[in-house]
Design a protein around this ligand. Structure first.
Ligand SMILES: *Cc1c(COP(=O)(O)O)cnc(C)c1O
Length: 464
């Protein structure tokens, strides 16, 4: 998505109101400048609602991980609490209390050991949580090297080339060298041995993802931690692990409870997750948790007293909505462990139903099947020459489905795939309709007797 730029487009555009809304059918409203005089708010509401009809149907968007459906009661509570500012903990102590309860719930879900006194906060999403967690790693590393009297100007961070863009941002914004382990062959995410081989005394940490945005697979947290344990005993290097559980943080605790990926592993120092992904809240909330006080250096925390009270904060933003956090607490309270398990298990059943249907169609090969995150990716078999995954994506778009096609990162740039993200709100019935439409699209494309001239640019923007 391009940045919005200051526009030199004609300032005055006609907006068409209907006779019901306005006595004249046409209104002169500048679209890129503030009008001298406004219009009645009902007219504005109508005009904006009309324009937004051109956005996609979010429920048919199988590209995004972000919540597109909440119970209407949740939407009501969010509207009721739209005036609350999360930062203003003195004015809204009960909102702050709910945030604290959520941090405790999340830390408990991720098995933070009670005696270590985990600490954490809400954020605007995983991206902000990642910036905070990355900074904590960098500050700790620097303190360690300074104490040892060593230079601390060349930090690096080790991760797979399949990381979400927020990690690339972190490295660029905070001057950290990004060391990528390329994906290769049949390995579509971070390899443990490959990651550890890139570590040295300037490594601030290793990022392990649960699960990868490219194919929904879980990276091997325990294996990475184990090899880093060996590295420490053999070479004295103590490299912490951060788990980017943007999606998996609210999936694995419920449907893969025996999978050890979290604070059960001592080397895991911090974890982030998106409340607005499988946490089941509309966009605008994430979580970061550190296993203990040592994992979050004191000097990163600011105490502000000008809102009344003395509040420790660790955020990049200042003001932001409190309603997001309130909605998270609502979902925790109304679903409970049993409810989240039910929702996640259903999403997985739907994902696996679709993936097995896709595999049976013939021309497709699955990279993953939805058995980890309820997300899977598939590609075309090499013998398919007349069309590409981009054409399949286009044909599905005609039926309203948004199933993105994209290429893999280094070293698998030649691999292009389609991906389906199943979220709450997608039913088995919808799954069957999607399969039917995919079957139609595939039959049409298979009936071509020459290659289709593809209009799609490869390597197009990838919707994480
Ligand atoms: C979505 C995602 C992010 C970014 O999360 P936001 O909440 O959208 O900021 C980071 N890492 C992974 C693995 C993701 O899937």
């Amino acid at each position: 998505m391009a940045l919005t730029r200051p526009t030199r487009r004609p300032a005055v555009k006609k907006a068409f109101a209907t006779p019901v809304h306005h006595s004249e059918n046409e209104l002169e409203i500048p679209k890129h400048q503030l009008a001298e005089h406004g219009v009645p708010i009902d007219t504005a509401y109508e005009l904006i609602s009309n324009e937004l009809l051109l956005d996609g149907h979010s429920r048919l968007n199988l590209a995004t991980f972000v919540t597109t459906w909440m119970p209407s009661t949740a939407a009501k509570l969010m509207a009721d609490t739209a005036d609350k500012n999360m930062i203003d903990k003195d004015e809204y102590p009960q909102t702050a209390e709910l945030e604290e309860r959520c941090v405790n719930i999340v830390a408990d879900l991720w098995h933070a050991p009670e005696e270590e006194q985990a600490t954490g906060c809400s954020t605007t999403g995983s991206s902000e949580a990642v910036m905070l967690s990355g900074m904590a790693l960098k500050w700790r590393w620097r303190a360690r090297l300074q104490k040892a009297g060593k230079p601390s100007d060349r930090p690096n961070l080790v991760m797979g080339s399949n990381v979400q863009v927020c990690w690339e941002k972190f490295c660029r914004y905070w001057d950290v060298e990004a060391r990528y382990v390329p994906v290769e062959g049949d390995r579509y995410h971070l390899g443990a041995a490959e990651a550890v081989a890139l570590c040295d005394e300037n490594t601030i940490g290793v990022v392990v993802i649960l699960g990868s945005t490219f194919d929904g697979s879980y990276e091997p947290v325990k294996e990475v931690a184990g090899l880093l344990d060996d590295l420490q005993s053999e070479h004295g290097l103590d490299v912490p692990v951060h788990v980017d559980a943007a999606s998996g943080g609210f999936v694995a605790p419920f449907i893969q409870p025996d999978l050890e990926w979290d604070f059960r592993i001592p080397r895991v120092q911090s974890i982030n997750a998106s409340g607005h992904k499988y946490g089941l809240v509309y966009p605008g909330v994430g979580w970061a948790v550190w296993r203990n006080k040592e994992a979050l250096p004191e000097e990163l925390i600011f105490n502000v007293n000008y809102l009344g009270g003395n509040m420790p904060t660790f955020t990049l933003n200042f003001s932001r909505p409190g309603s997001e956090v309130i909605a998270q607490y609502l979902m925790f309270m109304s679903l409970g462990r049993e409810g989240y398990t039910r929702v996640m298990q259903y999403a997985q059943d739907v994902a696996m139903r679709i993936s097995s249907g896709v595999a049976e169609m013939g021309p497709y090969r699955l990279l993953s099947d939805g058995g980890e995150l309820p997300v899977f990716a598939f590609t075309l078999k090499p013998e398919v020459e007349n069309y590409t995954v981009f054409d399949v994506s286009d044909r599905l778009r005609m039926r309203g489905w948004l199933v993105p096609a994209y290429t893999f990162p280094a070293n698998l740039e030649e691999l292009s795939v389609l991906r389906v993200v199943v979220r709450a709100g997608m039913t088995l019935d919808m799954a069957d309709m999607l399969l039917e439409h995919l079957r139609d699209a595939t039959e049409f494309l298979e009936s071509l007797d020459a290659p289709l001239a593809s209009l799609q640019e490869h390597n197009q923007a990838f919707a994480h």
